[in-house]
Design a protein around this ligand. Structure first.
Ligand SMILES: C[S@@+](CC[C@H](N)C(=O)[O-])C[C@H]1O[C@@H](n2cnc3c(N)ncnc32)[C@H](O)[C@@H]1O
Length: 294
């Protein structure tokens, strides 16, 4: 069983054996699917605890890197990924919204519903990388929560301002945010925290622990694969996009060894079918246990 290593409340259903990582999927089901696949870099993507899955992932990246040499751009590192990400989302904000509006949101909505049940009306919620504010921010507002949304992209914040004028919106790098300890009942990040370099993700989770009140919740999804992924020509030829992750065990180690004081309530790799291909992310819901860990 390929996913026997994944600790889940209930095992994720494997619909078929072949799979694509999240970036392959969003690439191919995006409106840019017809554009030339210019280049991919994947580094340190080891330690996926399934030889079969590792082979599949390697094959996917290898095929892309070798079948169209004329279009190939292989880089070993991406300088200043955040400026690429900010510029990238500024450029593709409308296209991304059109693509993401059409994608299923079953998993995200399931976890949001679980979380909202735990929060009192008027609870303070921070959403990191809120994008255009739909559907997540909007749903949170509709449930009577007091939402602060943050995004690095001015274009995304402008869209969010239209969709969720009730939210307090802050443009900037999520890692640079500064809030008083115990400001929030929940901190959320959907498809956003994986844009930070993996070591910064640990620092962010440490900061989140400080921003949360005891009994507060962290809900986010993180990259399933370990390593950095740089994608050239994401939605638009000029856009270079970046994502990173510690892998499933590496992410668990954050909570086991690096940022103590959270109890993992959801720790699940979930698979969703998007545009005919499978997307998988590591979903985390964690409870800040008590103030004594601070
Ligand atoms: C894939 S989109 C997801 C948007 C929204 N959460 C959703 O689920 O539709 C990722 C978002 O994270 C934002 N983002 C990426 N890196 C960020 C950072 N360092 N700080 C704040 N926002 C960031 C991007 O600008 C983008 O809007």
């Amino acid at each position: 069983m390929i996913f026997s290593w994944v600790k889940t409340a209930k095992p994720p259903s494997m619909k078929r054996e072949s799979s694509k990582n999240s970036w392959e999927s969003s690439w191919e089901s995006s409106s840019a699917a017809q554009m030339p696949k210019i280049g991919i870099e994947a580094r340190n993507r080891s330690e996926v605890n399934s030889p079969r899955l590792t082979t599949l992932l390697d094959r996917l990246f290898f095929i892309r890197a070798t079948t169209s040499p004329a279009k190939q751009i292989m880089t070993t590192t991406l300088e200043n990924p955040k400026s690429h990400i900010e510029h990238g989302y500024d450029v593709v904000a409308d296209k991304y919204l059109a693509w993401s509006s059409a994608r299923p949101t079953t998993t995200r909505m399931k976890y949001i519903a679980d979380l909202v049940e735990k929060l009192p009306t008027g609870a303070d919620v921070l959403e990191l990388g809120c994008g255009a504010g739909v559907p997540a921010t909007q749903v949170l507002i509709e449930h009577g929560l007091k939402v602060t949304g943050n995004d690095i992209s001015a274009a995304q914040i402008a869209l969010a301002r239209k969709h969720v004028p009730e939210a307090t919106l802050i443009q900037g790098d999520m890692l640079a945010l500064d809030f008083a300890p115990g400001s929030f009942d929940a901190v959320l990040g959907f498809y956003s925290i994986f844009h930070l370099p993996k070591d910064e993700q640990v620092l962010l989770i440490e900061k989140i622990r400080g921003w949360l009140r005891p009994g507060g919740w962290l809900l986010c999804n993180l990259q399933f694969e370990e390593g950095d992924v740089t994608r050239h020509g994401w939605f638009e030829p000029e856009v270079i996009m970046f994502a990173s992750g510690l892998g499933v065990e590496g992410t668990r180690d954050i909570f086991r060894k690096k940022v103590l004081g959270f109890k993992l309530v959801v720790d699940e790799v979930d698979i969703e079918l998007v545009g005919g291909t499978e997307e998988r992310f590591h979903w985390i819901m964690a409870l800040k246990e008590d103030a004594s860990a601070d």
